[in-house]
Ligand binder design. Structure first.
Ligand code: 6PG
Length: 244
């Protein structure tokens, strides 16, 4: 059983996640002068992003020392309704004047998928000085099919262990997604899953209380090599797991 925290609802989960973000940011900045984060997309983290832009959290973070990357992105322009950048910019970036624009590492997802992935990997290589990226924090969500980031079941990127950021063909969408690969995700200092809602109860049970040791879902491949993993979910998402 991984390290888990169960919160009553999305509001309290988001506040707990914000507290954890602030704690990790202050620790990283104190120890290394910088805090690097790979953000998750979808709908779950929106409240967290909104809280970070508000007091009492906002003034607890030295924003000039925070660098935001994206764990994954849809292959759409930044103004597109499906863009994770658009969601995050509306919820957080646009509200924090203290955050230098150059600290926001947007995936150039308006480009053809392979070009966008290659450009972003170069950004990662520049920032991490050609060393395998070791994010201070990687935020992840969980899909009802067991995907995380844009690492979907039966998709090519599950096997990628050389490239850091790739275009990943997702058959069920008939489209490319753009995503960090497991070598980068699992090299993080801290990985935080945020999971909310009754629709995630079945998949979460299968992951937290698997009937067999067989790895069936991409999210089960998240396992930090030298870092911490915390699963935060609300009671609705955790309704079917036994906390033993
Ligand atoms: C994305 C995400 C993805 C997300 C899950 C859960 O780009 O959609 O990064 O991995 O975290 O699909 O999405 P919800 O938070 O909307 O349930």
């Amino acid at each position: 059983m991984s390290n888990i925290e169960i919160l009553p609802d999305v509001e309290q989960l988001s506040r707990a996640a914000t507290d954890k973000f602030v704690e990790l940011a202050q620790q990283a900045i104190q120890e290394r002068g910088i805090f690097s984060v790979a953000l998750s997309g979808g709908s779950t983290p929106k409240k967290l992003y909104e809280l970070l832009a508000q007091e009492p959290y906002r003034s607890q973070i030295e924003w000039a020392k925070v660098h935001f990357f994206f764990g994954d992105e849809r292959n759409v322009p930044p103004e597109h309704q499906d863009s994770n950048f658009r969601m995050t910019n509306e919820a957080m970036f646009s509200k924090i004047a203290e955050l230098p624009p150059e600290n926001i590492h947007r995936v150039p997802a308006e480009q053809p998928a392979a070009d966008a992935a290659n450009v972003y990997e170069r950004d990662l290589r520049d920032f991490f000085q050609n060393e395998l990226p070791r994010f201070d924090l990687v935020l992840l969500g969980l899909g009802t099919d067991g995907h995380t980031a844009s690492l979907f079941p039966d998709s090519p990127a599950l096997e990628e262990n050389v490239r850091w950021f790739v275009e990943n063909w997702v058959e069920k969408f008939g489209a490319y997604r753009l995503t960090l690969t497991f070598p980068v995700i699992n090299n993080a200092r801290f990985i935080l899953f945020l999971i909310v809602g009754a629709d995630k109860a079945d998949i979460l049970r299968q992951i937290q209380n698997p009937e067999s040791a067989e790895i069936k879902y991409p999210a089960q491949l998240v396992n930090p090599t030298d870092g911490k993993l915390l699963w935060m979910f609300d009671e609705a998402a955790g309704a079917k797991i036994s906390v033993g």
